[in-house]
Design a protein around this ligand. Structure first.
Ligand code: ZN
Length: 388
């Protein structure tokens, strides 16, 4: 086993190796997740683990005090097997994060890596008062097939249910998540636009109207598909940032909002055998140690809306389980510079291991700063459990 990674290293930039700013920003943020870096650094690798080895090369360079800039060429070559990351077209940091999770996890679990972190085991086992067998089945399958430092740090559980208000049949679905996508335009419209809404509980219970047909299938798939064009409304595009604003807590409000399916939006109930008024509930069951939040402003011209977020957040009221992280510290921000999501430039701001903030613009590192310096449009936020 390798010794722990050298966390007293000074911050080092990453050379742009051909339109790789989106990749460099992701690599800086992942490197600054201390537990991930430490675990992967000490891991025993095998030659078939090409993806993990190429990432290990990045970690090794970024923790080497004797070099001025790291060159992520090996990593770039490995991800280039995927057409998404080939060539010099504008790429998306979000896609790379998902690709990273999938590939690292596949390679680690292929070797039947058993996660030794007792915190993770306790967290899973402490989920009590399960309403039904479904959640336990999912957790069992998950435990047996996905055990790795990735699941340990980045995976949480969501639930969504839909209840027929005539016969009260309730259908429930649980999902594992490793990122949360906040559709900023929909969130802005449901909180600040003229869209009718009523607040019935502390967390807000709203009607929101989209152009989609509200069927059960759409509802189920709704978590990560709100950025789709079919959900887009025709709201005008304001000229300057700061005119529209949502807060990060409004984003979480939206994530767990109830949805009334009535009027033209009734749902087919297979017990009543007809369209009925129904109530949909989205919930976060348990939250991960590292929250990756995507502030999705849509494809093409970005939805012009500021998102207010904080260096520490507490999401207790949004999470059902009593035994998972709820207090988080901001440790990384990926910012997209440019008007359109199809072009522009990505930079990262990270809280380094010395407790100071630095801005990573490819090979250029600026700082230290005592707090996060906001610039441009924050796109991806990395929050870490404050007790880690
Ligand atoms: Zn029914």
């Amino acid at each position: 086993m390798n010794p722990p990674v050298n966390l007293s290293t000074k911050p080092i930039g990453l050379q742009n190796v051909g339109a790789t700013c989106y990749m460099n920003a992701v690599l800086q943020c992942l490197f600054h997740v201390k537990n991930l870096t430490n675990e992967l650094f000490q891991y025993q690798y095998f030659p078939f683990m090409k993806f993990a080895l190429s990432y290990m090369d990045v970690i090794t360079q970024l923790s080497n005090n004797s070099i001025k800039v790291a060159v992520p060429l090996c990593f770039k070559n490995v991800i280039s097997v995927n057409p998404l990351f080939r060539g010099i077209q504008a790429n998306d940091s979000k896609d790379l994060i998902l690709y990273f999770f999938e590939n690292i996890e596949n390679e680690l679990t292929l070797k039947n890596y058993i996660c030794q972190n007792p915190k993770y085991m306790n967290r899973i086992k402490s989920i009590k008062n399960v309403e039904n067998q479904q959640l336990m089945n999912i957790i069992n399958v998950f435990e047996n097939s996905h055990k790795s430092v990735i699941s340990d740090l980045f995976y949480g559980f969501k639930s969504n249910s839909i209840e027929c208000l005539t016969c009260h049949q309730k259908l429930l679905n649980y999902q594992i998540f490793n990122i949360i996508i906040f559709p900023i335009e929909i969130i802005y419209n449901s909180f600040h636009d003229k869209t009718p809404y009523k607040s019935q509980t502390e967390i807000g219970r709203r009607n929101y109207y989209t152009t989609s047909n509200n069927s059960y299938g759409n509802f189920y798939n709704g978590y990560n598909n709100f950025g789709n064009d079919k959900y887009k409304t025709n709201i005008g595009y304001s000229s300057g940032f700061g005119q529209k604003k949502v807060t990060i807590y409004e984003c979480f409000d939206n994530e767990i909002s109830d949805t009334d399916f009535n009027g033209d939006n009734q749902v087919f109930c297979n017990r009543c055998k007809k369209m009925t008024d129904s109530l949909g509930k989205n919930k976060i069951y348990s939250s991960p140690h590292v929250l990756v939040l995507i502030l999705d402003r849509g494809k093409g011209n970005k939805f012009d809306c500021d998102v207010e977020f904080y260096e520490t957040i507490d999401i207790k009221k949004y999470v059902e389980s009593q035994n998972c992280p709820v207090k988080y510290n901001l440790i990384g921000v990926i910012t997209h510079l440019g008007e359109s999501s199809m072009s522009g430039h990505f930079i990262a701001d990270c809280k380094h291991f010395d407790g100071k903030w630095y801005t990573f613009n490819d090979s250029i590192v600026s700082g230290p700063y005592s707090s996060y310096q906001k610039h441009g449009t924050p796109y991806i936020l990395f929050y870490q459990n404050s007790e880690l």
